[in-house]
Write a protein that binds this ligand. Structure first.
Ligand code: SF4
Length: 114
């Protein structure tokens, strides 16, 4: 785990080093994820306030910036229309890149106009 993010209110909830935010459908790259044990930073709580989301995503960003598998992670999330913060992108960033959510419930995104 990176020493960039020093947990406080988002302490690691999972001490198993083999756990990952993508548990259940691990690709080879996911074993090298820098965010193991920090899923709370990468997925917001229900009705998360915008300011809290910004603070959470800043911390997630600090882990993604030093992650060796950022490109693989980003492509996975884009291609699978994932929710959450993946590969240093949130839902809005993926949408802006042309990868929309399947069901954008509760996500504030503007339609892409071509
Ligand atoms: S790029 Fe970020 S979300 Fe993806 S595996 Fe690395 S730390 Fe986790």
């Amino acid at each position: 785990m990176s020493d960039v993010y020093q947990g406080d209110d988002y302490e690691a909830f999972d001490s198993d080093p083999e756990q990952s935010i993508v548990q259940g459908r691990l690709d080879a790259w996911a074993h090298l994820a820098n965010c193991k044990g920090y899923a709370k930073l990468f997925f917001g709580k229900t009705a998360e306030r915008p300011q809290a989301r910004v603070r959470r995503e800043v911390k997630a960003h600090s882990l993604c910036m030093l992650c060796a598998v950022k490109t693989d992670c980003r492509l996975f999330a884009r291609n699978n229309h994932e929710y959450g913060f993946w590969g240093d992108e949130n839902e809005e960033s993926r949408h802006e890149a042309g990868f929309t959510l399947s069901s954008p419930i509760g996500v504030h995104i503007t339609p892409i106009v071509h």
